[in-house]
Design a protein around this ligand. Sequence first.
Ligand code: PBG
Ligand code: ZN
Length: 327
Amino acid sequence: MAEKFWRFRRLRKNQLLRNMIAETTISKNDLIYPLFVIYGEKVKNPVNSMPGVFQMSIDNIVEECKIVAELGIPAVILFGIPEHKDPLGSDAYSENGIIQRAVRAIKKEVKDLIVITDVCLCEYTSHGHCGVLDGEIIDNDRSIGLYAKIALTQAQAGADMVAPSDMMDGRVQIIRQVLDDNGFTDIPIMSYSAKFASSLYGPFREAAQGAPKFGDRKSHQMDFRNSNEAVREAEQDIVEGADIVMVKPSSFYLDIIYRIKQSFEVPVAAYQVSGEYAMIKSAGIHGWLDEQKVMVESIYAIKRAGADLILTYFAKDLAKLIDEGKI
Ligand code: PBG
Ligand code: ZN
């Protein structure tokens, strides 16, 4: 007699069977580890709202990068905290800026590691905004001129990839143009394409010391009520020359990751941001959730939605779990 219902449980009987039919996998190759570089020597400041994350001076960053590379994580993304901030964020595009010096040191001492640099001004400007101000408004076209200078000096220092996170219009095009004009045709751009004006960046702003002194970022980052617009943002960045498009944050935006992955043929990255990390960590510390299990589930969800790459503060933990054969 034919069954009246399908027995899904047949393939869920034990771990070996479940592993055989699993549709989603996590590989170390998917991971990008964010790092915060601060001025000084032998500095390792814990970030309060992000247990396990530190601001580190260049000497410690180099050592950290060696550990990351040894774990088999292919890439880091660097954020800089300069000693001096000014209205134009000049440390961001100085040949001797914190990031340019960090990149040179890492490239000199660490083998087999892709060094990605974040391109933005908010950590460098005295007002904490992601661009040049005209009164209280960010001047789009003057700001993108500075981003091109930031990206160029980062490439000259040896960065392997640049990642504009500012959300000004037209920045990918001008960065691509200036990189090409200066012989950096082979440096890829990973664009923060669908970056939402999210409340989940709070802990990052403590880590990178880049909170705006007044107002918010809603005049350039996306409104979280929108999804069609996210697809248009990604399309525009691809037209302008982005090699990889990013969605940020990740777990609240799985529909956006899915839509962008379905719409385009380029690699898609997702940023599991500081607030997502803090939520999982803090619930774990309180004993309210199993940190490791929730972390693994969150990463699988982001991959299942369609992300090819994941920027996550859990990258080292994940690499260790992969080594132990636990995922
Ligand atoms: C800078 C930038 C931010 C993040 C990455 N690049 C903060 C912001 O836009 O306010 C957030 C990353 C995180 O929360 O982990 N523009
Ligand atoms: Zn910014």
